[in-house]
Design a binder for this molecule. Structure first.
Ligand code: FES
Length: 350
């Protein structure tokens, strides 16, 4: 993509003021957004200003939009220079956007380009009479009717060098022109003969419920025909591609509550239930005696009291910067947090 910058100073108009029509449009667009979010209307306002200026955006028009939306000029410039829908230089009365993307090229866009170069000249060049200029753009979404161009707001499709030259002649002479397909196609119907979707039953309603009928056939015992073939093609037992790889293989587990319920038995085996109730098989827990009186093991690690927490540090938490590890009062090897490990001043543990 070419660098997008403003037109040279000699092409810039002295001023730009919103017309009553543009001002009414601006008010309508700004009203769509909450107060303070009027910048969201920047694209429609630039679009309308471009229309008022004759198909391109002079610097003064961009400034007028920035002022109207209370935006910095550079923010509006960013939008205007980013989107190729905004022309930054004057265009012809008929501004032709020529699609040069693959489907159009495969259908003869190269020939259309040659007509443009012969009749108008290079891209972004306005003819001496001010009537035409053109620009190559990416796909315009009418690939079914390729090759095509957009002239101002309308599409012209199914172009050939001949019908395109005639189209340009008619536009230049002010004669009425045909929009859309130039070969009489109705929207994007098949090119030339209609070879598909010709079965009348598609349109008389007789096919309604066809799929339901086929599903019902498949649900019946296997017979003959398509439904039977579909049933036969379904494997009766699904096999894992690699049974030993990845997920564990599920196998039936005997004596689960689900299995017992399936057999009509009580969910829990009565033998297991009896054993569970036997006090002689219960886990023995020694009663706590003298241990209960012992204080809980204390960590050698000191803490910094959180505000209002009440804990009081008993020793410095962090050695002074530059203190050799051997002289530090607090070890930092993890042993300070092990219950029952005492670290003395000489870094000996007990
Ligand atoms: S490729 Fe030309 S319209 Fe899509």
């Amino acid at each position: 993509m070419a660098v997008r910058k403003l037109a040279p100073e000699e092409l810039q108009p002295e001023s730009f003021v919103f017309s009553p029509d543009t001002e009414a449009f601006a008010e309508q667009q700004i009203a769509k957004y909450p107060p303070g979010r009027q910048a969201s209307a920047v694209i429609p306002l630039l679009w309308k200003a471009q229309e008022q200026a004759g198909g391109w955006l002079p610097r003064k028009a961009i400034e007028a939009v920035a002022t109207r939306l209370d935006m910095p000029f550079i923010r509006v410039m960013e939008v205007a220079t980013f989107y190729t829908m905004f022309n930054l230089e004057p265009v012809g009365k008929y501004f032709i956007q020529f699609c040069g993307t693959t489907p159009c090229v495969l259908r003869g866009a190269g020939d259309i380009r040659q007509v443009l170069e012969k009749r108008i000249g290079d891209q972004n060049h306005v003819t001496a009479d001010g009537n035409f200029s053109w620009l190559e753009v990416e796909c315009l979404g009418a690939c079914c009717n390729a090759p095509m161009v957009q002239i101002n707001d309308d599409y012209y499709e199914d172009l050939t060098p001949e019908n395109f030259e005639k189209l340009l002649d008619d536009l230049a002479a002010g004669r009425p022109v045909k929009k859309g397909s130039q070969i009489g196609r109705n929207t994007s119907e098949p090119f030339e003969a209609v070879n598909t979707l010709q079965d009348p039953s598609l349109y008389d309603g007789s096919q309604i419920g066809t799929w339901r009928k086929r599903f019902e056939e498949q649900a019946q015992p296997a017979g003959t025909g398509e439904a039977a073939a579909a049933v036969a093609s379904v494997p009766q037992e699904a096999k894992a591609a690699k049974p030993t790889a990845g997920r564990p293989i599920e196998s039936e587990v005997a004596d689960t509550p689900a299995e017992r319920a399936k057999k009509g038995e009580a969910p829990v085996n009565p033998v297991d239930q009896k054993e569970a109730a036997d006090p002689s098989r219960a886990t023995k827990v020694e009663p706590r005696t003298e241990d209960a009186a012992k204080p809980a093991p204390q960590s050698g690690k000191s803490y910094v009291a959180s505000p209002g927490g009440g804990a009081t540090p008993t020793s410095p938490t962090t050695p002074n910067a530059g203190t050799p590890p051997g002289q530090s009062e607090t070890r930092r090897d993890g042993s300070e947090s092990k219950p029952g490990v005492v670290v003395d001043k000489d870094n000996k543990t007990s």
